[in-house]
Design a protein around this ligand. Sequence first.
Ligand SMILES: Nc1ncnc2c1ncn2[C@@H]1O[C@H](COP(=O)(O)OP(=O)(O)OP(=O)(O)O)[C@@H](O)[C@H]1O
Ligand SMILES: O=C(O)c1ccc[n+]([C@@H]2O[C@H](COP(=O)([O-])O)[C@@H](O)[C@H]2O)c1
Length: 211
Amino acid sequence: MIGILGGTFDPVHYAHLRTALEVAEHFGVADMRLIPGNVPPHRPQPVASPAQRLAMLQMALVSEPRLQADDRELRREGHSYSIDTLQSFRDEMGTERPILFALGVDAFLHFQRWHRWDEILGLAHLVVVHRPGYSLPPDDWYEPYLSANPAELCTTPAGRIYLLPVTALDISATQVRERLKQGKSPRYLLPDSVLDSIQRHQLYCEKINGT
Ligand SMILES: Nc1ncnc2c1ncn2[C@@H]1O[C@H](COP(=O)(O)OP(=O)(O)OP(=O)(O)O)[C@@H](O)[C@H]1O
Ligand SMILES: O=C(O)c1ccc[n+]([C@@H]2O[C@H](COP(=O)([O-])O)[C@@H](O)[C@H]2O)c1
């Protein structure tokens, strides 16, 4: 079984890290991959380069062996579609082992606009984690796929949607970038090692980005 948390990670912050760890612990996942997108679909391009975002992620994960940065989307040209990422895992793992694809409610709300979205549940389960400020509409398309049984997701390869409350942390990468742009500190919203690297490389500040 593997778990996946994809994102822009521009930069990684504590809500990403808690989400990944809590998903891993809830389902007993020993191999949870955090996967930065190269060219994220449906959003502005990241500020930091792919190499910088990957390096920050690797720094943030050094002390937790269950969480690993995975650079497969950065090695792929073009849009980083989740269907292609999931297919690459299936090519490696075969069809039988469970894949848990975690995403916040904010991302899930747009799920039906994703590239080949209706094929994704054929490759993985979705674990939709709570995020402050977002909620799911009731009686929607996803209801027939819902499961409240973690064992079901751990014993079948794909096809179910599980809603998981995680520690509510109202942190966003946008908020971290904005604070830096305004000359304020984002300390304690993200690991010190990541903040030190941001400051060393003068990332997200007006001088570098010209904004
Ligand atoms: N505070 C949070 N609580 C729960 N899930 C989150 C939180 N922040 C991000 N996520 C989830 O983590 C994944 C990656 O998110 P992403 O890298 O876009 O971070 P972000 O903070 O939303 O970034 P940005 O502000 O740049 O849009 C998405 O599935 C997103 O829903
Ligand atoms: O495949 C798609 O079309 C698609 C569209 C939007 C988002 N995603 C994935 O959803 C995850 C969270 O995305 P985001 O934009 O909230 O960082 C990340 O793994 C993205 O690759 C995927």
